[in-house]
Design a protein around this ligand. Sequence first.
Ligand code: TRP
Length: 334
Amino acid sequence: MGEEKKKLFSAVQPSGAVTIGNYIGAIRNFVRLQDEHDCIYAVADLHAITVKQEPAALRRNTLELMALFIACGIDPEKCVLFVQSHVPAHCELTWVLNTIAYPGELSRMTQFKDKSARHADNVNMGLMDYPVLMASDILLYQAALVPVGADQKQHLELTRDLAIRFNNRYSDTFTVPEPFIPKGSGAKIMSLADPTKKMSKSDENPNGFITLSDDKDTIIRKCKRAVTDSGNEVRAAEDKPGVSNLIAIYGAFTGKSAEETEREFAGKGYGDFKVAVGEAIADVLVPMQEEKARILKDKQFLNDVMKKGAEAASRIARRTLSKVYRKVGFYQGE
Ligand code: TRP
């Protein structure tokens, strides 16, 4: 018998385009983690509606993200893969946790403040409650590890606070999760238009980001347009953020170290290097896109995966929820 695997939870919102930054920073790691851990991955559609969504687009994006997860190599036989709204326990636990969460701590969250500013016409209770729903996601599965990027670190801190607060008030109930940065998780990918900013699909300049559905020509065109620095030497350096970012991207897609890349392009200019970066990205993305398209055509298969995933997730979630209901004093029959 092997050591018991640690439970790991993560989720991605089905809110449209996924960039190569999201892929390198999150989704690709999800695949690598599935052998060593007990992984539970969700498509966070409940979170998505905290900002305005076109209903038809949300439905489409949910299916697309599910297909993308599988095309990237997440194996529904190895992990629990499901759609958040298919498991009602997420909303149910959120209600209970709301009674121990303070409006002060929620309104102080950086992401709440940012999103309130960006969506000033739609500052709703869900937007403020977003981190409590996220805490429910994690705590329902008693996850020990949560791979998160810097932008979600504060939400994970709040999850820990809520878990500890509940455990103190009602006795030990939840595993207190740890943030997890997987080994070799790869560099942070910056915008191609402004390498001092993180790559983001909400960049107003579409040349700043590459999405997982960009075709080969688009990828190469965007790489060619990438902002580079003065000089023409392919070398990673602090005063060369543009070239350094391209070297990091090239490394993430080929496995080559910065030194190897510098040697490979010694004596060549930025032009050749940019095309090579584009080709390296396309070599990974194009087969993935074909696989995703194939999966999307097989609705029966996708529905089946979602159904089995929701059942498996519900079994675990129900166990935690009934424990919580008992602890807070809900009468559940004798
Ligand atoms: N808020 C996360 C994001 O936008 C997505 C998410 C929802 C999540 N629930 C989660 C991530 C639980 C980790 C754990 O990136």
